[in-house]
Ligand binder design. Structure first.
Ligand code: ADP
Length: 246
């Protein structure tokens, strides 16, 4: 169906779920939810539910994959078969390989990989419920899980998308907006410097719309970055109060 046929913004400027153009969906982040992982995070973002487990740095096996000067960053994005309306065929496909690759490359920009030669850092991203924007949600949760694992980074990476629906640039597309909208622009940054570590685009934007959408996505990233930090503070505050950390 074409975007002209379905109205995504009503006459009062409200979107299908009642949000204004600059509003994010509701986000909830919890750090350190898994006992066996070195670091973990559970994140809800609108209808997305994502669990991330980080393992490492640990010796890369088999030895021939080892890099003698730095750690390998191996993000694996996986959608559970029950995470979407029509059951998804289990296992990797082109889309999950692409998302794993772009997230691995983004994380590599902030992790101090040269401190851990010959190792791998494995980042397992499990999408339990999917409702558009899962790569941004997965990368954001991965940033928290890496920090929870104590992996040295220049910054905690964070992601958010902006897009265009009914001819208007808006923040954080929902499911119908993703399906019937004009464009989607997922962006990830290192928030201290605003260095862009991931940028993809689906659909068409003019240069002016692109600039506006990029600016909006970065603003969204800064809001979410605060939630990431709060989740980590909550986690370590409770450990300190519980006497687990000196
Ligand atoms: P992102 O989740 O990062 O926005 P896409 O734009 O590729 O990535 O996907 C948009 C949404 O489409 C997903 O969040 C999910 O809700 C849905 N989707 C993706 N793959 C499938 C699939 N195999 N079956 C059903 N729905 C899917």
């Amino acid at each position: 169906m074409k975007s002209e046929e379905i109205k995504l913004i009503d006459s009062n400027g409200k979107r299908l779920d009642g949000r204004g153009p600059l509003d994010l969906r509701k986000i909830k982040i919890e750090a350190g939810v898994l006992h066996r992982a070195d670091g973990s995070c559970y994140l809800e973002w609108g209808g997305n539910k994502i669990l991330v487990a980080v393992y490492g740095p640990r010796e890369a096996i088999p030895k021939h994959i080892q890099d003698q000067v730095k750690a390998l960053v191996n993000a694996r994005y996986n959608m559970a078969s029950f995470s979407v309306e029509d059951r998804k065929r289990p296992g990797p496909d082109r889309r999950s390989r692409e998302i794993s690759k772009v997230i691995s490359e983004a994380l590599e920009r902030v992790i101090l990989t040269e401190q851990f030669p010959r190792t791998t850092i494995d980042v397992n991203i499990e999408v339990l419920d999917a409702e558009a924007g899962t790569r941004c949600a997965g990368l954001t949760a991965a940033g928290v899980a890496l920090a929870d694992a104590g992996i040295p980074m220049t910054d905690i990476p964070v992601a958010c998308a902006a897009g265009k629906i009914d001819g208007q640039v808006v923040l954080d597309l929902g499911k119908e907006e993703d399906n019937y909208g004009d464009a989607d622009l997922p962006v990830a940054i290192a928030p201290r410097t605003d260095e862009i570590i991931l940028l993809q685009m689906d659909g068409h934007l003019t240069i002016e719309e692109f600039d506006k959408a990029l600016d909006l996505a970065i603003k969204g990233c800064h809001i979410i970055s605060k939630l990431q930090r709060k989740a980590l503070l909550d986690r370590y505050q409770s450990l300190i109060e519980g006497g687990d950390i000196e």
